[in-house]
Design a protein around this ligand. Structure first.
Ligand SMILES: [Zn+2]
Ligand SMILES: [Zn+2]
Length: 228
């Protein structure tokens, strides 16, 4: 990635040196998800006696399991800036931290590909980049797993998930993704996204891939919400 603008700290937005990814003052602000964690979606659990969060206990998922690095609360504004305020370089910080802290666990998935959650073409055009793809590219650089950004596409322009409840979010996404039947046959992949909240986006993307013949689907996200 080549930027004409000075690099900024992903948390406080102050200008930092070209060789830095975060400023000294903010280094401890992103909070890593604490143990114990859900064995399926890696959300923090409020009790050590459970294996799964309420959601994963209740609903069968289309993915094997997933990993998230930070508690959503601690990086919420930064992720919003990454997506909506023209700060694509923040993806470099997040991808780098994912590779650093979760790299060993990610390698254990033995996946053949990183697949970013796609944006609808009209949204991509407006934003100019897909943050999930930028995060995936950074992880790829560090862990040497290739990015396949043309396997999954978004064909339906869905409503903003934030404005919907859990049921609405699921309904909103049904059929949103499409899997391209290209030459490469993939069996084991990792979906990459910025945030896992209700998990409905990741789950619908996983369902689409599963229908297309992918056997094992994992996910990695920068941040995850709390168990509700
Ligand atoms: Zn800062
Ligand atoms: Zn869970």
């Amino acid at each position: 990635m080549n930027f004409l603008f000075p690099r900024r700290c992903p948390i406080c937005d102050s200008v930092i040196g070209k060789d830095r990814l975060i400023c000294d003052e903010c280094i401890n602000i992103p909070r890593r998800v604490k143990e114990p964690r859900c064995m399926k979606c890696s959300k923090h659990l409020d009790s050590g006696n459970k294996m799964y969060c309420r959601d994963c206990e209740k609903h069968k998922k289309n993915f094997q399991r997933g990993l998230s690095l930070y508690e959503y609360d601690s990086v919420k504004d930064s992720i919003n800036d990454l997506k909506n305020n023209s700060r694509p370089e923040f993806a470099e910080f997040y991808g780098d931290r994912i590779a650093h802290y979760l790299g060993e666990d990610i390698k254990e998935f033995e996946a053949e590909a990183l697949i970013p959650i796609p944006l609808h073409p009209s949204k991509f055009k407006k934003r100019g980049y897909n943050q999930s793809e930028l995060i995936a590219r950074q992880i790829s650089k560090r862990l040497d797993i290739p990015v396949y950004d043309d396997v999954l596409t978004r064909k339906i322009k869905t409503k903003d998930q934030k404005k919907l409840d859990d049921k609405g979010r699921q309904r909103n996404l049904v059929g949103a993704f499409h899997m391209a039947q290209n030459g490469v046959k993939l069996y084991n992949v990792i979906l990459v996204d910025d945030v896992y909240t209700t998990g409905s986006t990741i789950d619908e993307a996983a369902r689409t891939l599963r229908e297309g013949g992918v056997e094992k689907i994992y996910f990695v996200t920068v941040a995850v919400g709390f168990d509700k």
